[in-house]
Design a protein around this ligand. Structure first.
Ligand SMILES: CC(C)(COP(=O)(O)OP(=O)(O)OC[C@H]1O[C@@H](n2cnc3c(N)ncnc32)[C@H](O)[C@@H]1OP(=O)(O)O)[C@@H](O)C(=O)NCCC(=O)NCCS
Length: 92
């Protein structure tokens, strides 16, 4: 969680078995605080907390607009590994 002047300005949520995989389920920075390094600091904290020398993969579902952000952080689209992501939501 990122806090400024006692207010939450960003957060990242993760799920992990603590051994093999970590799923990043949402990373969000308030519009007024975007493009100031908050998101990359939050994501870097997660990626470092679940290091690739221990974990097999770190994965997330990205909003199309956020593609560039994740690529900059060293992640690759699943298609590059011959994988497909599947999803079921309340809306379909
Ligand atoms: C995507 C998001 C988390 C990025 O957080 P942020 O605090 O704005 O990102 P940072 O300031 O740490 O940016 C790090 C780098 O990524 C770049 N970047 C940020 N958002 C980007 C985007 N949407 N597309 C491409 N590049 C982006 C920045 O320009 C910066 O590059 P630099 O290091 O060359 O200056 C934030 O914009 C956000 O909450 N967006 C709305 C919600 C959303 O889309 N969440 C992702 C859901 S999957």
């Amino acid at each position: 969680m990122a806090v400024q002047d006692d207010a939450v300005i960003g957060f990242v949520r993760t799920m992990s078995d603590g051994a093999f995989a970590v799923y990043i389920a949402d990373i969000l920075v308030l519009p007024d605080n975007q493009k100031q390094g908050v998101g990359s600091q939050l994501l870097r904290g997660v990626l470092d907390h679940y290091p690739m020398k221990t974990f097999h993969h770190q994965v997330l579902i990205a909003e199309r607009d956020a593609d560039g952000f994740y690529r900059r952080m060293g992640l690759s689209a699943v298609g590059a590994f011959g994988l497909t992501a599947f999803i079921r939501t309340r809306d379909n």
